[in-house]
Design a protein around this ligand. Sequence first.
Ligand SMILES: Nc1ncnc2c1ncn2[C@@H]1O[C@H](COP(=O)(O)OP(=O)(O)OP(=O)(O)O)[C@@H](O)[C@H]1O
Length: 599
Amino acid sequence: MKRNRPIFREHFVLHKWNYVLGTILLSISLVLQLWVPSLLKQFTDGLQNESIHASRLLELSWWFTIAGIGTFIFRSSGRIYIFRMSRMLERDLRTELFSHWEKLQADYYQNQRIGNLMTHAVNDVNILRQIGMQGYFQMVEAAVLISLAVFMMAGTINLYLTLLVLLPLPGLTFIAYRFRTKIQSHSLKVQEAIGILTSRVQEFCSGISVIKTYVQEKEEIKKFTNENESNVEVNKQLIRSNSLFTSLSQGIVGLSYLLSIVMGSILVMKSTISLGDFVAFNTYLSMLIGPIENIGKVINLLQQGKAADQRIREVLSTEPDIKDEEGTIPLTLVKGDIRIKDLSFNYPRNKDHVLKNINITIPKGTSLAIVGKVGSGKSTLVQLLLRLYNPPKNSIYIDQHDIRKIPLKTLRSSIAYVPQDNFLFSSTIKENIAFDPYPYLDEEVVHAARSAQIYSDIMELPNRFDTELGERGLSLSGGQRQRVSIARALIKPSPIIIFDDSLSAVDSKTETNILNTLRTEMKGRTSIIISHRISTIQEADQIIVLDQGEIVERGTHLSLLKEDGIYKKMYSQQTTELTFIQAKLPSIQERKILIKRRR
Ligand SMILES: Nc1ncnc2c1ncn2[C@@H]1O[C@H](COP(=O)(O)OP(=O)(O)OP(=O)(O)O)[C@@H](O)[C@H]1O
């Protein structure tokens, strides 16, 4: 959704009555707070005149108690009202950001740093929340407290003393603003330094075996020490700014108090004001210091808020490139006939075509295998079928419909896809397999696991299907992750299934077992298998060989072996490698002799 107006303003307008109520409650508490100095005045003057008696003392104590309790009740409820609204802004904005990101295409994420996205979701939203919480609260407090306190000081005690004492205080606002900016930039550097240290530790933990095998411990310690040193350096700058700010503001506040005490005492001695006035005046002054300092902080916060608001609105106004377009046919099911016609494709930020003039027909229920060198365009082709990138119009058809006219939801729920990277979520194995929102029965999960040849591995885990996987499923081996991904695709009752190099991390025995079960699982389903291994794809109904984005060979395993092309070369190379490995392996007879000798 495009946001034309600043986010906080929109939120404020939407919840204005809650903010008004919060403001009224807070203002009542401030008025009650400002009642205290006048009670103090009456008490002090009473003591000085010796006119105070027990019942008056009791009465004053009552008023003090009422002022205290009232301040507490109204301040807390005003705070709850205002702060609750800001928490709602935070919650709604994060949900809006998240659901917007979900709509954006894969390409968007390839051009963004994850760190930036995290900053939008965490820091920028926090800043907007702070404007609603501390920012709004402190502005109301400053406006009400300063105006009323100054009015009381000047109107009921002494105008000139008030002007004199207030003279240095705008300096407090100024330095709070200036230093806040400086402190902010130092804090940012400290955060960056901590981020670098964290990444270093993270990288160290992940790469520990490489570091050890390359005997790089000393080098790594050196790098860490340098970065640790930089962290100390930026922290020193932060400490310097903080100390200077505290000392300067204390200096200004001290000057105000000094003026108040010296000039106030003179006025008391001259009987221009009473001792009670003097006490009340200094109490008002102490109440003013915080809000005056806060003005500077709030100005700074508003500036940060402006930048955060712009950044968030920029993200929210990024239009998804891949969405249901005009003319989308309301299809809910497809059968699985695929036709690719004159497809040429280049990635959005690269003019060179990575696929050139591709023509393929895959009738429903048949299989297509794609082989080819690294970077020849195999994954791109299947990603276009899923519309992870937009293919040109009228270039890919499913059941005679241009896929750009098939609702995205229908298209993607009709395709089960095992991507190359085998991404697993940090949840249980069961949740990873039954990821498709369809409510799967336990038996279906077990069946998918058996078909993907991962069942016995799962049964050996401590909590079997309920075993929690670590981040990105890293607690499993590469081959196990691959088979969990396959199970996730097999459980999905979709008419089309795609495997992108999905058997690369399993041994040849497991590969044969998986292929045997897949034959049954894929009956009636249109399948596309990408692989570098001929053994995986040789039984496909048709095989294409891609080279630099072009189909250079096509046929069946047998027909391609008759051609003297890339396919045959790959086959010969792989069978020679296999024979070589087999030749290297001792025969059963030789193994028995070896075992005997070892004994
Ligand atoms: N997101 C992208 N943006 C720009 N170019 C890309 C992108 N993804 C892939 N490419 C380029 O497109 C070409 C085809 O890549 P693709 O991943 O389709 O090859 P592949 O045949 O699947 O390779 P592999 O066997 O390594 O998986 C490559 O030159 C690659 O650099």
